[in-house]
Design a protein around this ligand. Structure first.
Ligand code: C5P
Length: 308
């Protein structure tokens, strides 16, 4: 596809939850989180074209057949929300080129929303500023503020209360993707059931929700060997219950040379941490030889960014 020159182009990254602690469900269905996000070098590209009304098309290297192009698409909602918040009398035609697996637990839809906000803000000259963008992002979804900012960050609340985390150097990851996605709300509900949370949630004892200091230390040191044993995801057992094949994939990655493996967010993508780029390239080859789709990425990378 040829991209016309009158487009505003914004690129936003996918993410891995290096640590994901999940607390109790609240009345709105959301759970308290203690998480550490890292933005990785797998990107969504959003092109915003001047238009009188709102429309959207989706293309990409990954399977995009399940991605809605109407108001269910978070990027469409982002554009309309910005227009409404600023009173701008304009539309946009959005073209999304997906590089992040769909329904893979890597925040691809959130990246689209973050990119659409930045792109429309530039296209329309609404200039809402970084605080304005953050507020709109938090209204759109729990992961949207992080993909706006990128890097490595601690997320509290629903995951949208961010504090930057110091991360030195680069971390090399090999991602094993799946053809079949998982539904995030269903994985959260499944975890609640596994934990025996009924309706009387308020009476359950509070879960301890803190990012372990070892995770932050390992990131600060830029030490993959230190990070590997402390990576954790509370959602993993719910994802594995739904997709028992993930357990075998996790074991295979470690057997073939990963320092450690973790289900990314609500899955089913698996992120394997490797010692260095060479180890990651070797693991990618080994995993491909077993018939799996494996991608070598690194983090941290920047958040949503205008491409000039
Ligand atoms: O905000 P977002 O659209 O990314 O969230 C998708 C779903 O994930 C929510 O509808 C909710 O079921 C679940 N979720 C949650 N607690 C969070 C974040 C997400 O239960 N903190």
């Amino acid at each position: 596809m040829a991209y016309r020159s009158d487009a505003v182009h914004v690129r936003a990254p996918g993410k891995i939850n290096v640590y994901l602690g999940v607390g109790h469900p609240h009345d709105d269905g959301y759970h308290s989180l203690a998480t550490v996000f890292q933005a990785v070098s797998l990107f969504e590209d959003v092109y915003a074209y001047p238009s009188d009304d709102f429309s959207l098309e989706v293309t990409g290297d990954v399977d995009v057949s399940d991605v809605p192009t109407d108001d269910r698409n978070l990027a469409m909602r982002a554009a309309k929300m910005l227009a409404q918040a600023t009173g701008v009398d304009a539309g946009v035609h959005l073209v999304i080129r997906k590089g992040v697996p769909v329904a893979g637990g890597m925040g691809g839809g959130s990246a689209d929303a973050a990119a659409a906000l930045v792109a429309c803000d530039a296209l329309w000259g609404t200039d809402v500023g970084s605080r304005g963008l953050h507020e709109l992002a938090a209204r759109l979804g729990a992961d949207v503020p992080f993909t706006l900012h990128g890097g490595t960050a601690i997320g509290a609340g629903r995951g949208d209360e961010l504090t930057p985390a110091l991360a030195r150097g680069r971390f090399d990851w090999v991602l094993v993707t799946s053809d079949q996605g998982l539904s995030t709300p269903e994985i959260y509900r499944s975890l609640d059931r596994l934990r025996g949370f009924g309706d009387a949630v308020a009476e359950d004892p509070p879960l301890s929700l803190d990012v372990p200091v070892g995770v932050l230390q390992a990131l600060r040191a830029g030490d993959a060997h230190e990070l590997a044993p402390v990576m954790h995801n509370d959602l993993e057992r719910a994802a594995v219950l739904d997709r028992p094949d993930l357990e075998l994939a996790l074991a295979d990655g470690v057997r073939l040379g990963a320092l450690s493996g973790i289900v990314s967010g609500s899955g089913p993508t698996i992120a394997f941490l490797c010692a260095d780029p060479e180890a990651a390239r070797a693991l990618q080859q080994e995993l491909r030889a077993t018939g799996r789709e494996a991608l070598h990425v690194h983090g941290p990378v920047h958040g949503a960014q205008l491409m000039l």
